[in-house]
Design a protein around this ligand. Structure first.
Ligand code: ADP
Length: 381
């Protein structure tokens, strides 16, 4: 659906994007992850034809964006980081305007209704965009991207500035859209990428540093898999420990076995490292079945997306593995977990609460669950 070959963008002496190539298949949700300044927006702007490349090729749905920009762009719905909204228009007038601008041939009324329902903005269609909360503005931005049903959606930091409940809503909407569209999503928020995307491209200093699923990237970065298996042996005594460990060591691909502590009476954990090409889990399972042993737990301890990101962008993996010595992440403006998200919540809520509350009042269609949430928030203040 999207083909990018040897794409470069120079600003003066600076290579903002330096010879990147990738392709995205139909129905894939691809996450573009990287620290600020990595080149994500520049790449997206080139993909959408918003800026030209210095060199390289981009084709969207088989159409070259430089040779045939109008046709190529007709295949793309784009939500830039700052949604392109005319705030003095009502939502309805704006969407109709975008419908005309895109020369959409689908049945106007039904198409706009479908999009508004999907983006949950049907009840604010008659309101001025300037009076909407940030979350609703973002949904209107997404709605305009969906007009004319483009096969490709490009979303630049779609959840930036939203409060946690809005973030969850937009993420689930993106997942839903991924069923019928090819989606490229940029974010500096690791959990977001992990929650929404099938595949990740990590971009760093203008080049692709990694491409694949989180698990595939982790596999490439480490030479070994690590896991812990809890095995119940025949005798359920200390005698099992060397017997089980020895049998595990004999499995092809297992490089290292260490019998760990007794976790349950007479039952031990075994820390295992294996070659990266070999998935030894089935062999362990077969061994236990043959011997009449039971696997009570198997836990992979491969790298998390955070580990991967840190390894790629700083070259330092050990620091984040250690609790005492976490590197300063502020440089990357990364939102690693719920704590960070919660911190963003207060100002956004303070700004948006009255309006959100008014919207909830106006429309009884809000689910009781959502209302509960709102009243809880109010109670916390
Ligand atoms: P990201 O979206 O990953 O935060 P950008 O694509 O915005 O990164 O920027 C990549 C690099 O290109 C940065 O170093 C940025 O300063 C530079 N850059 C982006 N746009 C321009 C521009 N119009 N002029 C000069 N430099 C730019």
């Amino acid at each position: 659906m999207i083909e990018v070959r040897n794409l470069c963008k120079r600003y003066g002496d600076k290579n903002a994007v330096n010879d990147i190539s990738f392709s995205v298949g139909k129905g894939e949700i691809l996450g573009f992850l990287g620290p600020n300044g990595a080149g994500k927006s520049t790449t997206m702007n080139m993909l959408t034809g918003y800026i030209s490349s210095t060199s390289g090729h981009i084709s969207i749905n088989g159409v070259d964006i430089l040779e045939n920009p109008i046709e190529a762009k007709a295949n793309i719905g784009y939500l830039p980081e700052i949604p392109p909204l005319y705030v003095d228009m009502t939502v309805d007038a704006y969407l109709n305007f975008m419908y005309d601008l895109k020369k959409c041939k689908l049945t106007r009324k039904a198409h706009l209704k479908e999009i508004c329902d999907l983006c949950k903005i049907s009840h604010v269609r008659e309101r001025l965009i300037r009076n909407l909360s940030k979350g609703y503005k973002q949904r209107v931005g997404l709605a305009q991207a969906l007009i004319n049903n483009p096969p490709v959606l490009i979303l630049d930091e779609p959840t930036v500035g939203l409060d946690p409940s809005q973030i969850i809503e937009i993420r689930s909407l993106i997942k839903k859209l991924g069923k019928n569209h090819t989606v490229i999503l940029s974010s500096h928020i690791l959990p977001e990428i992990q929650a929404v995307c099938d595949r990740i491209i990590i971009i760093n200093k203008g080049v692709i540093a990694a491409d694949g699923t989180a698990a595939e990237i982790a596999n490439k970065l480490t030479n070994e898999h690590k896991m812990t298996v809890r095995i119940e042996g025949t005798t359920r005594t200390t005698e099992d420990k060397p017997v089980v460990a020895e049998a595990l060591r004999a499995i092809d691909g297992i490089k290292y076995v260490r019998a760990d502590m007794e976790r349950e009476k007479g039952i031990y954990d075994y820390d295992i490292e294996s070659d990266d090409e070999v998935d030894v889990r089935r062999a362990i399972n077969n061994l236990c079945r043959e011997k009449g042993w039971n696997i009570l737990m198997l836990q992979l301890s491969d790298m998390t997306l955070e580990d991967i990101f840190m390894k790629i962008t700083t070259g330092d993996i050990t620091a984040i593995k250690s609790d005492e010595k976490k590197p300063d992440l502020s440089e990357y403006d990364m939102s690693f977990g719920s704590d960070n998200v919660a911190e963003e919540k207060t100002p956004a809520e303070a700004e948006e609460s009255p309006e959100e509350a008014a919207e909830a009042e106006k429309k009884k269609e809000d689910s009781p669950k959502k209302k509960d949430k709102k009243s809880k928030k109010g109670g916390n203040k």
